[in-house]
Design a protein around this ligand. Structure first.
Ligand code: 6R9
Length: 651
């Protein structure tokens, strides 16, 4: 068990919010309890009422939930809407001059977009996409840095009913190619490069490499120029964003789609070697993205909301590109990194733009905490009123630092548990809920979270078990793109039972508060990013000198988990410099196959992996070795105990 999880398990403090904070929020604890009661009495009616109230429908729905093909649930099926209309057009009458996006670039350059300006940009780009032959239902890959054009591209796809799949700019050409092929994308939107931490990074090269082999269906690449770098443009395939957009109208009639029409695919890691395309809907997805921005972050007209997540992750979809706009808020986008030009950058951005609600990951808090309180204390953070976290369990030490040093004990910490597949927050406090450091508190109204034992029986006491969701909810995953069977077996593994099984373990305390303890499957959480151990293993074995590999996580103070790889070579294990060289080569190999975030922190060599006589890799043992702890497990079933000594030597 890691230090972080140990301290979560021994935490007992409760923080009541001040009356000032509570009275500023439109809902009281009693109102929220009443909503929970309504949802428990009429689950479908509860969600349907909200869907009618919160979203603009071109054609109102009459069916709330269609479960005739469960577990492929459908919500609001016969309704039609357009997500981009809901995020932009419906605010124009009252908010056309209100800022929709404040952008700060890596070098401190600032841009502003009002709702009207965002509308015009999205319309021009929607017209551009249609002029390039993109139609409703076509897949479009977006491989871009954190600049407003990424959101414009996403919104433009939504406007024409094209299905986007954003690929995080840190993924390699190989990873990009897999996603382009799996999605069957017709067009790729990218930039010549990006600016991060004072450097320029090329993105277009990765697109060129990805498209070199296969991907025949990609006919067009639209390139936005973010940096001054010249990049090769392929005649007949590549087109400059500005040139493509020239002469396009600032008006575009949004295409109304069925509520179930896929809004986007987002690839995420699971317990197999191949990432899966999580397919989200239009109506149900937008409803929960909208509601949770209202409920958890209480976004009002004078707020400036900054979610630091990249649009390449689900958090950047629900809390950057869609949710904040749907509620008509002002949101901030930042291109750079938290430590450039120094570790005060986040706090400088908060100060300069008057950020009121700030949402980041525990790994960022832990990294910045190392620099002490002096840096944040140099900035005026008095506008902050709510602080959010997401991505992994937050250890109480980091929670307290965030609360004391950044929030000056004034701002509630909104710890939001959810997943790519859930679309939006599932277990999280409202800004009136009493808080416990390290707990994401209670399920939001309409979410029926339970804890199961290994056999799938519900546990009602305080014991730990598998977290599951008992009833469908509007923003849930609809399918694994093109793979119904994988959808069913991954998320609904308990035959005949309706539980969506999350993949996390958790326990519920006597107040009904949930405490997430981490993944129970072969998924690692490195700096809040999901990585499949199998994915890294297959990257390693594709190296010509690797015969076999096993990857496990090891606790890491800042990253949460670090990647440890145990490798069997098909050549003799090298020594000295040659060994160091090979370690380096394998790390770079993984970066090339997946992306730098997946680079193993430790690589160890042995002549075989520790296996039972029946050939099963003993991962528990590998975890102990990776932690540098003494082996206390029974090793008598091991086929060859001597290899443990080999792996205990660090490369
Ligand atoms: C939104 C996002 C999902 C996994 C999830 C869990 C972990 C996310 C958490 C949390 C404890 C929180 N996780 N939020 N664990 N407390 N507040 O991160 O999506 O990338 O799909 O990861 O992240 O393990 O299962 P995703």
């Amino acid at each position: 068990m890691s230090k972080n999880i140990e301290s979560i398990l021994t935490e007992s403090r409760v923080f009541e919010l001040s009356d000032e904070i509570k009275s500023g929020f439109g809902l009281s604890v009693e109102d929220i309890d009443a909503m929970r009661k309504d949802a428990a009495e009429d689950h479908v009616g509860f969600w349907s009422k909200l869907a009618k109230e919160k979203l603009h429908w071109n054609k109102p729905f009459t069916v709330g939930l269609d479960d005739s093909n469960a577990p492929h649930y459908k919500w609001f099926t016969d309704g039609e809407l357009n997500v981009s209309y809901n995020c932009i057009d419906r605010h124009l009458e009252t908010k056309s001059d209100k800022l929709a996006i404040i952008f700060e670039g890596d070098r401190g350059d600032v841009e502003h977009y009002t709702y009207k300006e965002l509308h015009d940009n999205v319309c021009r780009f929607a017209n551009t996409l249609q002029a390039q032959g993109v139609e409703k239902g076509d897949r479009v890959i977006i491989y871009m840095p954190m600049i407003p054009q990424a959101v414009i591209a996403m919104q433009a796809c939504a406007r024409i009913g094209a299905i986007h799949s954003v690929v995080f700019g840190g993924f390699s050409a190989e990873a990009l190619r897999d996603r382009i092929e799996d999605a069957g994308a017709k067009l790729v939107i990218t930039t010549n490069g990006s600016r991060r931490g004072g450097k320029t990074i090329s993105l277009k090269h990765a697109v060129d490499d990805a498209l070199e082999k296969g991907c025949e269906q990609v006919k067009r690449v639209i390139v936005y120029r973010r940096t001054d770098d010249e990049v090769p443009m392929h005649e007949g395939r590549d087109i400059d964003w500005m040139e493509a957009e020239a002469g396009m109208s600032n008006y575009h009639d949004p295409v109304a789609v069925d509520a179930e029409h896929p809004l986007f695919l987002l690839y995420t890691s699971g317990s197999t070697g191949k990432p899966k395309g999580v397919q989200h809907s239009s109506g149900g997805y937008l409803l929960n993205a909208h509601l949770t921005n209202e409920w958890m972050f209480d976004l009002n007209d004078d707020d400036v909301f900054w979610c630091t997540a990249d649009v390449g992750w689900i958090t950047g979809h629900s809390y950057v590109a869609y949710g904040p706009l749907s509620v008509g808020a002002t949101m901030l986008m930042f291109e750079g990194v938290p430590t450039y030009p120094d570790a005060g950058r986040f706090w400088q951005v908060c100060q300069d733009h008057g950020v009121t609600v700030f949402y980041t990951a525990p790994t960022a808090i832990r990294a910045l905490m190392k620099f002490g309180a002096d840096l944040p204390n140099q900035y005026d953070l008095s506008k902050l009123r709510l602080l959010g976290t997401v991505g992994e369990p937050i250890n109480p030490e980091a929670w307290m630092w965030y609360h004391d040093v950044i929030g000056k004990q004034r701002c509630p910490i909104i710890d939001t548990w959810w997943q790519t597949e859930t679309g939006a927050h599932m277990i999280a406090p409202f800004p009136v809920t009493p808080l416990k450091p390290g707990s994401c508190t209670q399920p939001i109204p309409g979410i029926d979270a339970v804890i199961l034992d290994e056999e799938g029986n519900e546990l009602h006491g305080n014991e730990g078990g598998l977290l599951a969701i008992k009833k469908p909810w509007p923003s849930m995953i609809r399918n694994v793109w093109g793979d119904d069977e994988r959808y069913r077996s991954t998320y609904f593994p308990l035959a005949g039972k309706p539980y969506y099984v999350v993949g996390d373990s958790a326990h519920r305390d006597e107040d009904g508060y949930f405490w997430i303890l981490g993944r129970v499957d072969d998924v690692l959480n490195v700096s809040g990013h999901r990585l499949g151990t199998m994915e890294i293993e297959s990257a390693l074995v594709s190296h010509p000198q690797v015969a076999e590999a096993a990857v496990v996580g090891r606790p890491h103070d800042v990253k949460g988990e670090a990647v440890a790889a145990f490798v069997v070579l098909n050549v003799d294990i090298p020594e000295g410099d040659a060994r160091d060289k090979l370690v380096q080569e394998l790390r770079n190999w993984v970066a090339k196959e997946i992306g730098p975030i997946a680079k193993p922190d430790d690589i160890r060599f042995g002549t075989n992996l520790p296996k039972t006589r029946s050939g099963k890799i003993m991962r528990r043992l590998l975890r102990t070795i990776a932690k540098g702890e003494e082996i206390t497990q029974d090793t008598s079933t091991l086929e060859d105990p001597t290899i443990l000594d080999q792996f205990q030597q660090k490369a």
